[in-house]
Design a protein. Sequence first.
Length: 501
Amino acid sequence: MTSAAKKPKKVLIVGGGTAGWMAANLLAVHWRDVDISLLESSDIGIIGVGEGSTPHLKFFFDEVGIDESDWMPRCNATYKNGITFANWSLIPGFESYFHPFPAQTDDIFTVPAFFNNINARMQGYNTNAHPDPYFLETYITQQNLGPIPTENFPFGVAYGYHFDSGLLGQYLAEKAISRGVNRIFGTVTEVLMHPTGELASVRLDDDSLLSADFFIDCSGFKSLLLQGALKATYISFKENLFNNAAVVMPTPISEIIPPETKSTALSNGWAWKIPLTNRYGNGYVYSADYITPEQAETELRQHLGLLDNDVAARHLQMKVGRVEKHWEKNCVAIGLSQGFIEPLEATALALSFNTISGFIKSYEQGGYTNQFEDAFNKEINARFDGVRDYIVCHYKVNQRTDSEYWKDNAANTHLSETLNQILHFWYRGGDFAKNMYTNNLVGSYQPKSWACLLAGYGVFPPLRSDEKSTQFKSGQDMTQLADFIRRCGLNFKKHNELLIR
Ligand SMILES: Cc1cc2nc3c(=O)[nH]c(=O)nc-3n(C[C@H](O)[C@H](O)[C@H](O)COP(=O)(O)OP(=O)(O)OC[C@H]3O[C@@H](n4cnc5c(N)ncnc54)[C@H](O)[C@@H]3O)c2cc1C
């Protein structure tokens, strides 16, 4: 049989949240000759949170040919240079650090100096080992500059976005429909299978049947098709990551809109602050095993200075983990239905994008057979596990002792082999980046991101007490480095000026 003969004629996406509509747009762009329908329920809403992204959202928009000037104003979107982590460490000088998205200037000019200084700091020399002075996007964030350089700046700068997730869903729905995707409203009551064990159709609440050759499960935490009908095994990350709930509420936006997400550690979790053009989105991600939803809401209100209860709060539960196989038989799951890692690094949409675009490539390369199913599942699992390890590391090396929650996190021994090795190479000292590469430990995050996290929390041995402690020569004049970054910064505009409102 030729590959063309096997290409699915009909694809049904079940679920109209961000994952479903992202999948619809990508499929509509790549498989123009396929009949694509998206089913969503008017009775079951979308999760309606998830307002921060990594640079992958830009890759998505580039791939589907949508301009920032079109989608950003429609979704109250702002630019994101990275994330500030505040109060995760109480070590003097390390109470806060910034995790920037990468800029080309970092690798070429400034990150070598950072690694040089942290290597020396691991040997007890008193060098400048805080990550903030070494990254261009940290500097531009401190100056409230957006991440779009002038045309004559010859270096690439990666960035993400903040956006209203409800508006983004509506926008993506409109685009997908204009590209020929058929939108259907209805609630699935039953999933019917072929005798081969493949999915055949879904029955809706009006008793009609919708059949397809291939199914995309975007039904959220329920995972109706993959975990429900196909009984995919679910691997919980509960032992690695304790948070399982969130409480969310908005506050008014400030006049100067910061180009960053802020993550502040609270008593039993952390609070996000995400700037949109019309409001801040705030949420407290916590473990309901340590505090009640009421306590979490009160603490978030205090943190935000919302002393009255005028602003309504939304409470959410989170299921943290992933399926063992994201693609099985004639079904692939995208979004919460495939898994979710708590939102500390805002990675969910990036994982959704990787899954759908990786699936399209693997399915095409395999001539529309399941030839590359195993390799694809392995690749997506590695991405999920890489993100999980990076997030677990935040909790493992936290430097707080004010609650059982933080102490239990620091004492947690449920760490992957990869994370154990990364921590080993950090604490052992030496060339951290080289050790990560030679031991095959570079996955979802680059060594500079790991170093940023570990150095950002001030996880260093004590300084040497002998006279050599001040004699280390970093080979890099920090004043020159700061001046270089400042001069690069002259190529960027104020964030507020970049926003169309
Ligand atoms: C607290 C929290 C914070 C988050 N923060 C971020 C963040 O900063 N960045 C980020 O990238 N992600 C974040 N996420 C994740 C993000 O919200 C989701 O990945 C994203 O919204 C995609 O969700 P979804 O489309 O998979 O599911 P949903 O939005 O839940 O959509 C599910 C869809 O399935 C449909 N459905 C369900 N059952 C049926 C049925 N029986 N019949 C028919 N249709 C059905 C529903 O109608 C709905 O359309 C966060 C998540 C949480 C919980």
